[in-house]
Design a protein around this ligand. Structure first.
Ligand SMILES: [Zn+2]
Length: 445
């Protein structure tokens, strides 16, 4: 069966067809760099890493762009709040630049620690101000945007007949749902900022523009940068489900009003992450950072836990759900020296068909876990690559192998002190030690 993916735009699964043969352009909204990534971010980036890896498995060359938002993301959707990064700088006594550099570096480190294939480019909003200004000028010339007496520029939502097509809402619903404290100089509460004036130089992150000194709105950054790196129309635009509205709806409005063509063919959104049923959020004090999660679980375990739930469904981050990742890792990592020469074709086809069906990792992993010993070493390697697992053959270390044998011998002769010592040495070498019917098994962590 061909690869099908769920498209938020059409609300259904569609066969994936790239614009150019064997090439895919993919844009995923990156972080606003004012804090550490938490496991909710990890889930989003791991969902798109899987999509990237599966497309590569299908022989597509993927050009992957993930932006860095370093200006313009306000704390309040109605665009009257403070800039999240500026706020962090004020609260922590650092400069805006220090905050941006620190959290950008932390984000890249987390991506690496999660074994995510690095995007081809991480464009920063602050380094694309000229492109953004050009974009906004184009929209004002087309009369799709207006400048107010306060030198703010807003997109005029009522002029865009398609507005609401991604989130499947109509304008009346959107206006009713808009917060009452929206900026006073907007013509309609549904309009959104393209450029915010900032006459007082509060930081280095303001720029001269045809409308005076200021900074760009959050949504326009993605429209300008995706266009610059992937063109007017590209294949896949993705992010977490909470960005469907307003962020992605606004990106579509800006881009398609300017270019007159479809911005992206497939809009892909990963489901939300909760913990014990509650949204993970700063205000609930229940955030787990990626760095903290990786102190308890390995990259392999996090991936295998997340991927046991379909990427569009909510994932509940609990000890129980994470331990399912640990237990699946045990199944997939042990006994790899006993893999057959040839793969059972029915099992293989079942796994690949599941992935072709809108990346049904839940089904694919279940099939693989139950039939791991029917998949050849070579094909097991392919699955490790698709799922981004780091596979280290457990027989590769001679010293570890000696220690395990020693431990088994000591246990057989009831010398539990020596057995415990050998186990401690293995743990110190970075292995997790499991007792199996076949004796000691040590798994790289
Ligand atoms: Zn975006």
């Amino acid at each position: 069966m061909p690869f099908e993916i769920y498209n938020t735009l059409s609300s259904k699964k569609e066969e994936f067809k790239s614009i150019e043969p064997n090439k895919v352009g993919m844009y995923v909204c990156g972080p606003t760099v004012y804090d550490y990534d938490h496991v909710g971010h990890a889930r989003t980036y791991l969902s798109f890493d899987l999509l990237n890896r599966f497309l590569r498995f299908l022989d597509y060359q993927v050009k992957y762009i993930q932006n860095i938002t370093d200006v313009g993301h306000l704390a309040n959707d109605a665009e009257v709040g403070t800039d999240k990064i500026q706020q962090k700088a004020q609260d922590s006594g650092q400069s805006v630049k220090q905050v941006i550099e620190h959290y950008t570096e932390a984000h890249l480190k987390d991506m690496e620690a999660l074994n995510i294939i690095m995007p081809d480019n991480f464009p920063k909003a602050s380094e694309h101000i000229a492109d953004i200004i050009e974009f906004i000028k184009g929209l004002t010339e087309k009369n799709m945007a207006y400048v107010t007496s306060q030198n703010n520029v807003y997109f005029s939502v009522s002029k865009d007949m398609d507005y609401g097509k991604l989130s499947h809402r109509n304008l009346a619903e959107i206006i009713t749902g808009t917060r009452v404290d929206s900026a006073a100089d907007k013509r309609s509460p549904a309009d959104f900022a393209l450029w915010k004036s900032s006459p007082v130089t509060v930081s280095d992150y303001t720029w001269e523009s045809p409308w005076g000194r200021g900074y760009p709105g959050w949504h326009i950054e993605c429209s300008a940068m995706s266009r610059k790196y992937l063109g007017d129309t590209f294949d896949i635009h993705g992010s977490a489900i909470e960005h469907v509205f307003p962020h992605h709806e606004n990106e579509i409005a800006q881009s398609e009003s300017l270019t007159g063509v479809e911005m992206a063919h497939y809009w892909v959104h990963s489901g939300m992450l909760t913990t014990h049923g509650q949204k993970m959020s700063k205000s609930f004090h229940n955030q787990v950072t990626v760095q903290d999660a990786l102190k308890t679980y390995t990259n392999n375990e996090l991936r295998l836990a997340f991927y046991q739930t379909h990427y569009r469904k909510p994932f509940d981050y609990t000890k129980e759900s994470l331990e399912q990742g640990v237990s699946l890792r045990h199944k997939l990592f042990s006994g790899n020296d006993l893999l057959p020469e040839k793969t059972d074709q029915q099992v293989w086809q079942g796994i690949i068909d599941a992935l072709n069906d809108d990346l049904d990792t839940s089904k694919a992993l279940q099939l693989w876990g139950e039939n791991a010993k029917l998949v050849s070493r070579e094909d097991t390697g392919k699955l490790f690559e698709i799922f981004g697992l780091v596979y280290k053959p457990i027989t590769e270390n001679e010293k570890a192998s000696e220690l395990a044998k020693d431990r088994d011998a000591a246990r057989a002769s009831q010398d539990f002190l020596t057995a415990d010592n050998r186990k401690a040495e293995l743990i110190q070498m970075g292995y997790e030690v499991l007792d199996t019917p076949n004796g000691t098994v040590y798994v790289p962590r």
